[in-house]
Design a binder for this molecule. Sequence first.
Ligand SMILES: *Cc1c(COP(=O)(O)O)cnc(C)c1O
Length: 421
Amino acid sequence: MTAPEEQQTGTTIWQDDAARDLVRNSADRMALFVRGEGSSLWDADGRRYLDFLGGIAVTSLGHAHPVFVDAVARQAATLSHVSNFFATPPQLALAATLKRLAGTGDAGRVYFGNSGAEANEAAFKLARLHGAARDGGAGKPRILALENAFHGRTMGTLALTGKPYMQAPFLPMVPGVEFIDSTVEALEAAIDDRVAALFVEPIKGEAGVVDLPEGFLVAARELTRRHGALLIIDEIQTGAGRTGEWFAFQHEGIVPDAITVAKGIGGGFPIGALITFGAASELFYPGTHGSTFGGNALATATAGAVLGEIEQAGLVENARVRGAQLRTAIEAIDSPLVAGCRGRGLLLGIALSSPVAGAVVAAAQQHGLIVNAANDATIRIAPALTIGDVEIDEFADLFTRALHTVQDALLLAETPTEVPA
Ligand SMILES: *Cc1c(COP(=O)(O)O)cnc(C)c1O
């Protein structure tokens, strides 16, 4: 047994290493995790946490799921990488699976990258190819995207991301992108025959799990079709069953021209993909795009196994049922800090009545629960699709305790201090 002082020293050492060696592109790391299993994480001091963030909607099967472990181990021992001069069986199998789950029919194609940003970079190029093909290379096609939506951190995807504060340090942006409000009226006002594509994030995850207005996607499909523009849906956070359908657009009964996926499809193995529908599938031609790692045998075998397990174990249905159950549990929490719940399935945003999300995340961690502050007044949760009653009950208990800790601190701060005479 180590004394508390020594544990404290141990903690300080990794924080010093992180502060010295890692690029300072984000806030300080909040814990040093050494192991995971299911919805549990353990830190270097052996303390267990309930993981309700899932690595930001990534670990769909939870941590160290036997299907995931077996897929990585077997494929690593068989064939990992040969480059895209060649095909491999797991790559072809995953492309066929993604087409089937997305419902492209025969006229669909899949481009593989290694991240969400890479999937969206490919989609951006698809939009430019479509504009060029349609206007004979003469026009300057417009691309529309939604204010406050998030599409990635690379220069191309940052240009698509309607958050001026993220773009500001990196101006000038790749040109041609215009941002509109997420309303049918704004889209109607902005769209014309020069628009090559509309990018849509179906639930704005990074913005605080913000739902689109009712009917927006259906109207967007109709308007983009009428004006010869592609409808490109970013399913990077919402895909792989998280919202209770394989992909969020499927709740609306529409068919897009392309979707992008990443996060949850690999269950923790880095992979991203662009899936095209119909005529949009014929836009790329040899030499227009590529990736050394993209779609390698190791990544595609793992994603194939993860999607296979989601399907076999009925986890899309579980996301729908457990999501509704979780929402009920959140709405039943007795705390004036909870103002409501947004999102769908197992991608939920808990709206707070005060801008104390940072304090709630820290209090939750103290109580052994990992969640995320999507913004000042929203807690984002995106647990494994495998969760059941046990995890939901534990979450409700730990989250309630975290809220009470923050409430007590707020009350304490409000209590007027007696000034001695
Ligand atoms: C996470 C995310 C991205 C970027 O994915 P990376 O893998 O971080 O590059 C893009 N779009 C959405 C909606 C996301 O949630």
